[in-house]
Design a protein around this ligand. Structure first.
Ligand code: HT7
Ligand code: ZN
Length: 845
């Protein structure tokens, strides 16, 4: 395996004036003819990438090239500089077999429909090309096929019977190329841009799915409008096409003018999709659309810069969702996701900086660190330079770099130039891995509060030393009577240790720390349960308020899981919260949901302990039971009050009420014999409550009839049946979950080559903490058995799912031995893909 290094990047010696492609589509033996007009820019050979191509012919300016120029492994074609004029047309004819392409990279078939996935390096599976993001070209594409709908990037030139021609005038790298050919129907609409241009919009789905595509179209229109209003970004083609595909390795892809989506992020109706699904659809449609400027018009120079487009685009989609829904709830959700996925990654063997400097397989770097931490870093930049500074910097970025392939250095420079700030130290957030731990201790004397902060970051793979970073610490002060005595103030910490003083305070206040989660750090501080309860009751910052309650619960759970009883304060505080929960149901639901088992384990490990998955589960179940018993009447009242009258609407308000209703149901199910869950399952007309009730029934072991009824009703709907496959291993009690997953995997409808179905079952089990980490190693063994089966078929999805094992060293010696044995089997598998091999090697290192 070859490691790629950032330091080795060199400019490509040619630019491309135009790329012309012709496709004669067939499941086996698709012909691809290419003509690429190259112009020399600097010295060097012509190096092209390819993978699995049956090359028929190669030529330069019409003169045939010898096929022996292709390397032995069939992955590189090198034409020596001496054989090349300064400007020339390279032509190739190759043959490929979409129907054999189960890896879903390049051109493949999904349910009879041809489609492509080219990021990161899929285009080389289509034809010979400089498959690197800094080589950009306008494309002209001819597609010949008997499929009725033929799509590619850009604007249509001609759309006839059996043939369509598309032209994309905006220079783009090959990873943004796309082609779709299938029997599809459109939900059409249009959007008039801020300069008055009318854009044709289509959401393409399989016949029969039209009635579930309306929300996707509405989300697209909202995204287009929002990007104009918020960032001044206007769409730049005559047409925008969005296609739903059933077989897809990730969520969606921002191909220029032709976004391709996993169908689970397009199709939704009240009966088939949950509130969470609707929110994700809106967010991901926004994300892909926003890439048109942050990713497509301005792209990455090389894949080490991936967070340039992904961090920024996640930041933009988070802003979009905040504006469309509740900003407070969105922030709390984003922090929860960051902690669950990115902090976990940063604390283990897969830790890497948002801008890594080496990789073996770039597909393994589409990570929470690149995406979510990349977005947090931008949030910090914005906090440091302020709203105006941020807007100025972004305007400059779009003007200065439009049409270019850029680096993180370019990005930081626009902030420096627009605001006059020196961001040298800030850059460490991009180059250094690991989550800083911020420790606070306090001195109080004569109305003066001194806050002593310390920051430390533990070593990460390849980075033993961690110099201090700039940390924006937003805080406020809450007096003992609950009044805010200091509104939000942002301190800038730049040293390893630093103190800040606040004078003239009447009585000792409680610090409301890291408001809005102003930096991606963990916090260690001395705070009493009473002080946490005060913040939970009175903090004016919704994130900090939620965090106070969450910490209270987490401390109680850890105490129970490691030594004894506890949690009385949390139980009491919850009582206070329930009284006015109806005023802000979504927030109350967040406070009522106990920290998950994985988070408890992470926190125990971070505090130097060895988490015991069974004890954690027992502690969490017991605290939930205590809360349910103590607050039964209030929970029951709220459960009834949160019923949403009238037809289902997927808006934030309704979603908030349903989330509180289901949080109450989860607790009440422990004491009502699952009676309410049974009633709700039978009566609910929307999937949010249906699935919520089903999960309660599974957890209570009263699910046989409900599961049968669910399968009977939705057996032919793949997306809904994915939920059915996921909730069973996820919610089953740990002693049953692995056996259950095994039974489900035997079913004829466990179509494991479909990534959604595979992930539903296997990731469902991996997310059941006590089951995946079963003491006998059965969770690890089952997971690895399936990863070994999937790897030869779909390396990308297999490799991504290896991260279930990234925490294996924090458990006891017996569990570690089981995990190591399972991973060892995977590592030793003959013919293991480069993707999975890199992941297992790093996890075992
Ligand atoms: N830029 C895309 C990332 C991506 C991807 C998407 C689908 C299948 C395979 C893929 N590899 C990389 C999606 C995004 O971040 O918007
Ligand atoms: Zn993206």
């Amino acid at each position: 395996t070859v490691t790629q290094y950032l330091a080795d990047w060199r400019p490509y010696p040619f630019e491309i004036a135009e790329t012309r492609l012709e496709f004669d589509l067939a499941p086996k033996g698709t012909r691809v003819r290419s003509q690429i007009d190259f112009r020399r820019k600097g010295p060097g050979d012509l190096v092209l990438d390819g993978a699995g191509l049956r090359t028929q012919s190669l030529a330069i300016d019409g003169k045939p090239l010898d096929l022996s120029l292709i390397s032995k492994d069939d992955e590189r074609l090198v034409v020596p500089a001496s054989a090349l004029p300064d400007s020339f047309t390279f032509a190739a004819e190759v043959e490929i077999d979409p129907e054999m392409n189960t890896a879903l990279e390049g051109l493949y078939l999904s349910g009879g429909m041809f489609c492509t996935q080219c990021e990161a390096e899929g285009f080389r599976h289509i034809t010979w090309y400089p498959d690197r993001p800094d080589v950009m070209a306008p494309f002209r594409v001819t597609i010949r096929s008997d499929k009725p709908v033929l799509l590619s990037n850009g604007n249509p030139v001609s759309r006839g019977q059996g043939e369509a021609v598309w032209h994309d005038p905006w220079p783009k790298p090959a990873y943004l190329f796309a082609l779709v050919a299938g029997d599809l129907v459109a939900i059409p609409d249009s959007f008039t841009t801020m300069s008055g241009r009318k854009v044709e919009l289509n959401v393409w789905v399989r016949p029969g799915d039209q009635d579930r595509a309306g929300y996707a179209m509405e989300s697209l229109i909202r995204s287009m409008k929002w990007d104009e209003e918020t960032y001044g970004r206007e769409y730049d083609l005559d047409v925008f096409n969005l296609v739903a595909v059933d077989d897809f390795n990730m969520g969606a892809m921002e191909n220029k003018g032709l976004n391709i989506f996993n169908s689970k992020l397009v199709l939704a109706s009240a009966e088939t999709a949950t509130d969470g699904d609707y929110e994700r659809i809106e967010g991901v449609i926004g994300h892909e659309y926003f890439h048109n400027w942050t990713g497509n018009r301005i792209t990455c120079r090389d894949w080490f810069q991936l967070c340039l487009k992904e961090g920024l685009t996640v930041f933009r989609d988070q802003q979009f969702t905040s504006d469309m829904r509740s900003a407070a709830v969105k922030r709390i959700h984003d922090v929860q996701t960051l902690r669950a996925r990115q902090f976990r990654e940063d604390a283990g063997p897969l830790a890497h900086p948002p801008r890594p400097d080496n990789y073996q397989e770039i597909n393994n770097f589409y990570t929470a660190t690149v995406y979510e931490k990349g977005a947090e870093v931008i949030g910090m930049l914005k906090r440091l330079v302020g709203e105006d500074g941020y807007r100025k910097a972004l305007d400059l970025y779009f003007i200065r770099h439009d049409g270019q392939a850029c680096t993180i250095e370019d990005w930081i420079k626009v902030f420096e130039d627009a605001t006059g700030r020196d961001l040298t130290q800030f850059k460490r957030w991009y180059t250094d891995a690991g989550t800083p731990r911020l420790t606070l201790s306090e001195d109080w004397q004569d109305g003066r509060l001194t806050l002593h902060f310390r920051q430390e970051t533990a070593p990460t793979p390849g980075q033993p030393q961690k110099p201090p970073r700039v940390i924006p610490i937003a805080l406020g002060l809450i007096g003992p009577n609950g009044d805010e005595v200091l509104p939000t103030t942002v301190l800038e910490m730049t040293e390893a240790s630093q103190s800040f003083t606040f004078d003239g305070l009447g009585a000792r206040p409680v610090v409301s720390l890291l408001r809005g989660f102003s930096a991606p750090v963990t916090v260690a501080r001395e705070i009493t349960a009473d002080e946490q309860a005060l913040l939970l009751a009175h903090d004016t910052d919704p994130y900090a308020r939620w965090q106070a309650g969450h910490d209270l619960a987490l401390d109680a759970l850890i105490f129970r899981a490691t030594s004894g009883t506890g949690g009385a304060e949390f139980g009491q505080a919850i009582g206070g919260l329930l009284t006015d929960a109806a005023a802000d149901p979504a927030f109350a639901a967040l406070c009522l949901s106990l920290p998950g088992e994985e988070e408890i384990a992470t926190t125990i490990a971070a505090r130097g302990g060895v988490p015991d998955p069974d004890a954690i589960r027992t502690a969490r179940e017991a605290l939930a039971q205590d809360i349910a018993t103590a607050h039964e009447a209030e929970l029951a009242r709220l459960y009834d009050a949160m019923e949403t009258p009238g037809p289902y609407r997927p808006d934030a308000e309704g979603a908030g009420r349903r989330s509180l209703r289901l949080a109450c149901l989860g607790l009440l199910t422990r004491i009502d014999g699952a009676a309410r869950a049974q009633v709700l399952f039978n009566s609910a007309s929307n999937m949010t409550e249906r699935q919520g009730a089903l999960e309660c029934l599974i957890a209570a072991g009263k699910d046989t009839e409900a599961l049968a009824a669910f399968a009977q009703e939705f057996g032919s709907n793949r997306l809904v049946m994915d939920k059915w496959f996921m909730v069973q291993p996820l919610r089953a009690t740990p002693d049953q979950a692995v056996a259950r997953a095994r039974d489900l995997a035997e079913r004829a409808d466990f179509d494991w080559k479909n990534p959604n179905r595979f992930r539903a079952l296997i990731s469902g089990l991996c997310a059941n903490h006590a089951a995946f980490h079963a003491a006998d190693g059965s969770g690890y063994a089952f997971t690895v058995d399936w990863l070994m089966r999937l790897d030869p078929v779909n390396p990308q999805t297999t490799a991504r799912m290896c991260s279930a094992f990234e925490t294996w060293t924090r458990y006891d010696a017996d569990r570690q031995a089981h995990a190591k044995a399972a991973l060892g089997r995977l590592a030793a598998m003959k013919g293991l893909s480069r993707n999975t091999s890199e992941m297992v090697t790093r996890i075992l290192a």
